[in-house]
Write a protein that binds this ligand. Structure first.
Ligand code: IPE
Ligand code: IPE
Ligand code: MG
Length: 254
């Protein structure tokens, strides 16, 4: 952990979120402002992924989930979705050595099986190659839809109930969480969304129940380490009450 960074951004090392999720938005508008095509924005967004990942690793965040492509994004023009898939493959191969030297374990959530074969191959290779890394887990949400994730979980539970493998009364919050693609990760304490849009866009809706939300107008390709630390600082100033009163928290009441 880099002590000077903690000091510069006045971060409390005892209050670092374990899991940060980011909706990386605004690539298209960033490119348009520069008179370029949308894909130019996506290409430049890769640099911000690197910044966010490295910033998160430096302060001890253990899980970073990035919304890279939603199920709804398939509605975009074919040229854009294909270019995004190509960019994904290229970025995985370009970054693989760095992921390994920085202790990053790669994982995905979403319908990876609907991605082009080349993406699936690159992802499989990178996941296998980084599987023993321990510093931070980078979870890419690809062709991800929270409602679909929840629907699939309900289907699986229903099937077990039908087969007599599960009592319907055993279905509770913990069990539902365990049927989601995020079963192995804690819920995010902080969600960041760039580009000034104040919505969730079908991202981690179950998991975000008590997450602190941080919205910034910065467009994703302009998002740098210092912006990540600012979001953490903002998070640390908040009081997470989980339904209790401030007084209860101060008195450490159970
Ligand atoms: C986010 O940037 C990247 C993806 C959704 C893949 P956008 O492409 O949504 O950029 P804007 O919102 O059009 O500016
Ligand atoms: C959300 O961004 C999905 C990703 C960042 C991958 P969008 O730009 O697609 O979201 P909406 O459609 O504007 O809500
Ligand atoms: Mg957008």
């Amino acid at each position: 952990m880099k002590a000077f960074l903690m000091e510069e951004f006045k971060l409390d090392k005892n209050n670092i979120p374990k899991h940060v999720a980011i909706i990386m938005d605004g690539n298209g508008r960033w490119a348009k402002k520069k008179g370029e095509l949308r894909i130019f924005g996506h290409t430049n967004g890769v640099g911000s992924v690197r910044e966010a990942l490295s910033a998160a690793g430096e302060i001890g965040v253990k899980f970073l989930t990035l919304y890279a492509f939603s199920s709804e994004n398939w509605r975009r023009p074919k040229e854009e979705t294909s270019a995004l898939m190509d960019l994904l493959v290229q970025s995985i191969y370009n970054e693989l050595d760095d992921l390994n030297s920085n202790g990053v374990k790669l994982a995905t959530i979403g319908d990876v099986e609907v991605l082009p074969k080349s993406c699936q191959i690159a992802l499989k290779k990178a996941i296998e190659s980084t599987k023993s890394n321990k510093k931070i887990t980078l979870i890419l949400a690809l062709s991800y839809s929270s409602r679909r994730e929840i629907s699939l979980a309900v289907q699986k539970m229903a099937q077990k109930v039908m087969n007599g493998q599960l009592e319907y009364t055993a279905i509770n919050e913990d069990l539902i969480s365990s049927y989601l693609s995020t079963a192995n990760y804690p819920d995010p304490e902080l969600l960041i969304r760039t580009s000034g849009e104040n919505r969730v866009s079908n991202f981690l809706m179950w998991q975000l129940a008590y997450t602190e939300l941080y919205f910034t107008k910065i467009l994703w390709p302009d998002f740098k380490k210092k912006n990540f630390y600012k979001a953490i600082y903002d998070y640390q100033k908040r009081e997470r009450r989980f339904g209790k009163t401030s007084e209860q928290l101060l008195n450490n009441d159970a």
